[in-house]
Design a protein around this ligand. Sequence first.
Ligand code: NAD
Length: 489
Amino acid sequence: MALLADRESRLLIDGKLVTGSAGTFPTINPATEEVLGVAADADATDMGRAIEAARRAFDDTDWSTNTELRVRCIRQLRDALREHAEELREITIAEVGAPRMLTSGAQLEGPIDDLSFCADTAENYEWKTDLGHATPQGIPTRRTLAREAVGVVGAITPWNFPHQINLAKVGPALAAGNTLVLKPAPDTPWCAAAVGQIIAEHTDFPPGVINIVTSNDHAVGALLSKDARVDMVSFTGSTATGRAVMADAAATIKKVFLELGGKSAFLVLDDADLAGACSMSAFTASMHAGQGCAITTRLVVPRARYDEAVAAAAATMASIKPGDPNDNTTVCGPVISERQRDRIQGYLDLAVEEGGTFACGGGRPADRDRGFFIEPTVIAGLDNSARVAREEIFGPVLTVIAHDGDDDAVRIANDSPYGLSGTVFSGDDERAARVADRLRVGTVNVNGGVWYAADAPFGGYKQSGIGREMGLAGFEEYTEIKVIATLAN
Ligand code: NAD
């Protein structure tokens, strides 16, 4: 693959790397504001060709039934990505602004490794299960339950963890026998295009099975939700866009899979190590400049110790300086774009209007005049009804809220339109587990446990989404169920 400076970025359509019909668009380094280079800009015609290629590969080849071929191609992709991990790492740091330290985990190497789970699942999966004999309406019948691929999947993804989110759709969708068109976010086209190049040059995926279409125009991606030739749309992004995807998909009743926003709560019970828990909460909210859908951005603490909790969180956040993502010690890099930085700044202004105060941070760091940086910020003095406690800010911003005991803490955590994730800290594991059981969210961290793993389903309740990504549940999202009833003699 080319060095960063010489990168060319093309679309992958029907097995070939091709230029975009709308020309190119720039991709920008959020840490420096420099233009890194250009990406291929697809138009509606390119998207139509990609959908057609995926349709043909599904309908006219044995891809969906040839499990051996699929497993081999996915393992080949995993190995090829591993071989090119260093180039992918440089692209990811430069284009996403992702701290280098995160690329050994969820930003890059983790999701590459997770492809093993997809291949293994397909290899060992019981595609047909015997439902046994029965005599419905008096007729002796042998029943078989079959799982099959859904068909053509349109995958639309955001910029914050591009490899994790792209591969968490590509891996299970292809392993289950679907064909796919991936439309990545316009902010991170190179991350996806580099994977497209690796697929074209180093794997045996048949033409059309996977297509990668970068575009600067959201409307080009929206065609995936609208086109009748697409059987399922798998979307990760904001709840507002998820709503639009669902509405567009309604016309053709396609299967809709949504991973959306969050405003997750970190509950500190009154018997917990308060300083330790608040410090961990502040650290988590600063990682990757807070650009993670499942990050806990509401710190909910005992009212009697509110000031102490604010001080502990602020001490940690004040020690985390937004920095160069290339530096091995950086935890908090830039946010992705000027638009996102201004949006976050708008929320910080709103916090003041709502009567909140900053225990640390509150704006752009004084020592960084280039790059889209925001100081890790602790907002104090507001309750859960404030807009900054209810809306997703998607920056390194933590709002500290007081609770009056376990029931109140649970009430506050669940008083949200979202239901993605949560954390509970207590000196008593059983008490923490009882609280965890009452949270209306898809994943819970209890006293520091980690839920992120290839075999653990991830997703949201309420307006955080529909369906689960990863794990067996994530694989089965990309399948249809068929019951075959045979007359038994
Ligand atoms: P976004 O919703 O603005 O964009 C996501 C993708 O949708 C992009 O590829 C964009 O081009 C595309 N898009 C925009 N309008 C569209 C339309 N009308 N039809 C089809 N596609 C359209 O989100 P973003 O700003 O890129 O990412 C941040 C959001 O993603 C946050 O809300 C975050 O919580 C969410 N997110 C959720 C998860 C999760 O798993 N729950 C993971 C990561 C990010």
